[in-house]
Design a protein around this ligand. Structure first.
Ligand code: GCB
Length: 624
């Protein structure tokens, strides 16, 4: 970008954000959506952050709990000028003659990455504001550019560096970054993030959802260093209609962007010059025949991209994914998606948002034991570590944004927010070959005003950003008669590439016997995926098959459901039962059984396998 425009943009953002904190918080009513500002001050995503020079800002951050937002608003609830707000990081103890009623140095710490709920007992159910502060020394190099990159902060954050507000971000599960070139100092940088996880009607997700509202800086934070002109993004894959060709694009950011980038894959003997135009973009297409990535052969190649002084490398796999009639074809061959739904919660038995490679390995290891080649990462983008680990382990992925249940369909700001989350999700993961489905929603109410336009626009957006994968949404069940059921939304089924829907026959919908008499029919000859089914059981709780929450009931429910699903025949292209592991949800209040856990896991929160686990495992062992 032209440096003058960039500087003007920065001045605008600075003036806007620091003169008036008001603009950050007012205008958020559904009646005045046009005033809502989504993601102010952030810069376009940088790809392959894992592969770049970076400095970790993880660790212990000082944290102040501020339920009334005292560091942000005056006693009249008017915004405090930034110069008097907690972004200034003043200290009572160094200047006791001044009235300063906070002190980050004296405040206890919270670990980053990490949710706050599982770090302090008093924050178990906390929904509100916590201020995080990290001090660091850093010597910036002349001619380099610097970015603060957040992998994920739930839900809304305002970030300040050395007393200046950098910007604001909404959405708990997607990365964002701010450019800080010229703003760093050698000693004592003060990075402050005000995090607010309150649920709001207009948010995505909205006020009502069936998982724990873990707050905080839940994923890693990095200071990324790049040359002044750098590779912001690249994409590479097999051409959709002609997979004999490898195609891709490169996006260069900086001054003097015209030039030639080189993409090379030494293992394939490929070295591709890519000419970059004056807007920083270049595309390529070459004949190539890489080994195809698949669950049976999760082959990844090291791809190098260089441009000027910048170079990066990443591991990339190559495959094709398409539908033909009612089949899903991976590399041209029918594949049955032996899946399972997963929430991003630690496998340790103590709750908490998962973020590490180790968590991902354990959780995906359980999915493998179940016989899975596919996971539905519900109901929001999981960490990059999770997606990369699945790719390495040969597991295909359904990736979803949290457009969940009944959101504020007619609010344009809600749409912009959902769209930004979709863009950032695809922006982060478009080179991950294991992602085969982008899902834009879960169980949304057919007929709600504005809902259809909202979802269709998201589907169009996903296709525009990435035409190489399948696009869908988790729909629901509709009854044609007492014994015949279908997908509840024929129009959305038509619009999507697949017919994926949730059904709870035997749990919310009758008892398991209902499966014996129920048949399914579909209006279109497209692949059908049952994106959820199941029921609850507490591990170790035994009793008659008719008693809910016993392992016996859950086992029977699965046996009967699987027999019913088998009767669908070849149109059934895959299943993702709900869910791999019990997960925390404040909606689950039955003391002694649920204890704040949704008990529909095939595995308990501690990793103990329930009887139904083996029923699903045995069924998957019969599927090709
Ligand atoms: C659903 C939702 C999922 C819930 C599940 C349940 O249909 O999609 O988020 O957790 O049911 O357990 O009720």
């Amino acid at each position: 970008m032209n440096p003058l425009i960039r500087a003007m943009k920065r001045i605008f953002v600075f003036l806007f954000l620091s003169c008036s904190l008001l603009a950050l918080s007012c205008g958020r009513t559904p009646e005045e959506p046009e005033q809502v500002i989504i993601n102010e001050g952030t810069v376009p995503q940088i790809c392959s952050v894992g592969a770049r020079e970076k400095f970790s800002l993880d660790g212990a951050w000082n944290a102040l709990i501020d339920i009334y937002e005292t560091g942000y608003y005056s006693y009249r609830r008017t915004p405090i000028p930034v110069g008097s707000s907690w972004f200034m990081d003043r200290s009572y103890f160094t200047t006791p003659d001044q009235l300063i009623e906070y002190d980050f140095d004296a405040a206890p710490t919270l670990d980053v990455p990490g949710d706050w709920n599982t770090q302090r007992p008093e924050l178990y159910m906390y929904e509100g504001t916590v201020w995080y502060r990290r001090k660091f020394d850093f010597k910036p190099e002349e001619g380099k550019r610097y970015f603060i990159y957040f992998e994920g902060v739930n839900y809304e954050s305002v970030t300040g560096l050395n007393g200046e507000i950098l910007g604001r971000h909404e959405g708990g599960f997607t990365p964002f970054c701010f450019e800080v070139t010229g703003k760093l100092r050698e000693k004592d940088n003060s990075l402050i993030v005000k995090v607010d996880n309150r649920r709001r009607l207009e948010n995505v997700p909205t006020v009502n959802f069936d998982w724990w509202n873990y707050g905080g800086i839940t994923r890693s934070v990095h200071l990324v260093e790049t040359p002044s002109t750098f590779i912001r993004d690249f994409s590479i894959g097999l051409q959709k209609d002609n997979p004999e060709y490898m195609t891709g694009s490169i996006d260069i950011d900086g001054e003097n962007v015209r030039g030639t980038a080189v993409v090379s894959i030494p293992e394939l003997g490929l070295e591709i010059p890519v000419s970059i135009n004056e807007t920083g973009l270049g595309t390529f297409s070459v004949k190539a025949d890489p080994e195809r990535w698949s669950p049976g052969n999760p082959k990844l190649y090291t791809v190098h991209v260089t441009y000027g002084k910048d170079s990066l490398k990443d591991k990339v796999g190559f495959r094709t994914i398409e539908t033909k009639g009612h089949d899903i074809l991976l590399n041209g061959e029918r594949v049955f998606l032996k899946g399972i739904c997963i929430h991003e919660e630690k496998p340790s038995g103590k709750g908490g948002r998962a973020f590490s490679e180790e968590d991902a390995r354990t959780t995906l290891g359980w999915a493998k034991e179940l016989g899975c080649n596919f996971v539905r990462l519900a109901h929001y983008p999981h960490s990059e570590a999770m997606v990369r680990m699945a790719e390495e382990m040969g597991i295909m992925v359904w990736s979803e944004i949290p457009v969940y249940w009944t959101i504020d369909w007619t609010n344009p700001a809600t749409f912009r927010n959902a769209c930004a989350q979709l863009e950032d999700n695809i922006g982060r993961d478009h080179n991950r070959c294991n992602i085969i489905i982008w899902s834009v929603a879960n169980e949304t109410p057919v007929g709600a005003p504005g809902r259809k336009e909202f979802l269709y626009a998201l589907i169009d957006k996903a296709r525009e950003l990435d035409g190489t994968r399948l696009v869908g949404a988790a729909m629901e069940t509709a009854y044609i008669s007492d014994t015949l059921a279908t997908i509840n939304d024929a129009e959305l089924f038509e619009k999507a590439d697949i017919g994926s829907f949730n059904q709870y026959v035997g749990w919310y919908d009758g008892t398991p016997d209902k499966c014996d008499v129920l048949s399914w029919t579909f209006s279109l000859n497209k692949p059908v995926i049952i994106s959820e089914f199941g029921g609850g059981a507490k591990y170790g709780y035994h009793g008659p098959e008719t008693w809910r929450f016993t392992e016996e009931y859950q086992k029977l429910l699965y046996r009967k459901n699987l027999a019913m699903l088998d009767r669908i025949g070849p149109q059934l292209a895959g299943t993702t039962p709900w869910i791999l592991k019990d997960f925390r949800s404040p909606k689950r209040a039955l003391t002694g059984i649920q204890d704040d856990y949704n008990r529909k896991g095939l595995i308990s929160e501690k990793g103990e396998k329930k009887a139904a686990f083996y029923v699903v495992r045995d069924w998957y062992s019969t599927k090709q």
